[in-house]
Design a protein around this ligand. Sequence first.
Ligand code: DI6
Ligand code: FE
Length: 392
Amino acid sequence: MRCDTVWTRARLLTAAGQPIIDDGMIAARDGRIVHAGPPADFEGEVIDLGGRLVTPGLIDCHTHLVFAGNRANEFKLRLDGASYEDIALAGGGILSTVAATRAASEEALIAATLPRLDALLASGVTTVEIKSGYGLTLEDELKMLRAARALEQRRPVRVVTTLLGAHALPPEFRDHPDAYIDEVCTRMIPAAVGLASAVDVFCEGIGFSPAQTERVFAAAQAHGLAVKIHAEQLSNLHGAALAARYVALSADHLEHLDADGIEALLAAGTVATLLPGAFYTMRETVKPPIEALRAAGVPMAIATDCNPGTSPLTSLLLAMNMAATLFRLTVDECLAGVTTNAARALGRDDIGTLKLGKSCDFAVWDCDQPADLVYFMGASPLHARIFQGKTA
Ligand code: DI6
Ligand code: FE
């Protein structure tokens, strides 16, 4: 059968947890997979992969990749003993990135983000989720979302955008949090339709309350947008259970998730997204309840949470290593966390596995087993990245 491109001699992993197909073949037409499996009769441009490991393209399903400025100084202050909260209360933290991001043009944001995006692509990423959340005004939140979407014109990558207007209380609303939530619900969410596919909230003592979170979720659903949540990162406000009531795509962080929250996530089909980079950077001590999530069968995703404060991490491979080393996820769980379950955390059924009709996004690795991808830290064994059927 005619197709555009045929890749041969792959050690082919069509989906996390599946057996590897030695001498595997992938064929694509118009950027979609028309075959992924043992050798078959397909004609097209032939590319010999020389027995290298092939996995679905990796998906980083939770990042704050677009921002201006740098908070290495805060990293130094924390080494000198200051806490994340001390720094935030002194006007640093998220609000210092907000000031820099508001001052940056859309083009400057794109330029500042490209090196971080290139690092993710070098770790085999073909799809990346990018949140707003450092603008905190209608104009600046939309500027961030436009900058994120514009990255698709600069690099061969899929960008999925999320409105995170409820990331922090901006200085101009310092004493009026509910008025700011009004701004998010009545102005930002309607304006984000068409620019973002989901709405996220930082539900935390230093963020927004469950009641404020619920107002944002109701407004998102009224405008046909999916919801996600930063929940149970520093305390248990039962944000995950609230998100599950709104059939959230994912609940993220979850260090302080309890049994009721696990049950709610399972019932709603909401993905538990683990962010080990923030756990590591903040030197947290309470781990997410991995064994209970595993026993319950809640799908777990892994992401970098790349952001300038709590997770300055631009390697999804290292995020997998941290998930295995710190949280004791298995190799198969790590691979599923950055493919199958990451796609589900974005509400996407066209990516995450190498199956008929899906986008032909895959990574070719200079190694022969999935454990190599989780085990090594630092150098990326990426040999080639294929996005929509073309070598990227
Ligand atoms: N949780 C986090 O860890 C980041 N945002 C959030 O909701 C922190 C973002 C920052 O410090 O810039
Ligand atoms: Fe985050």
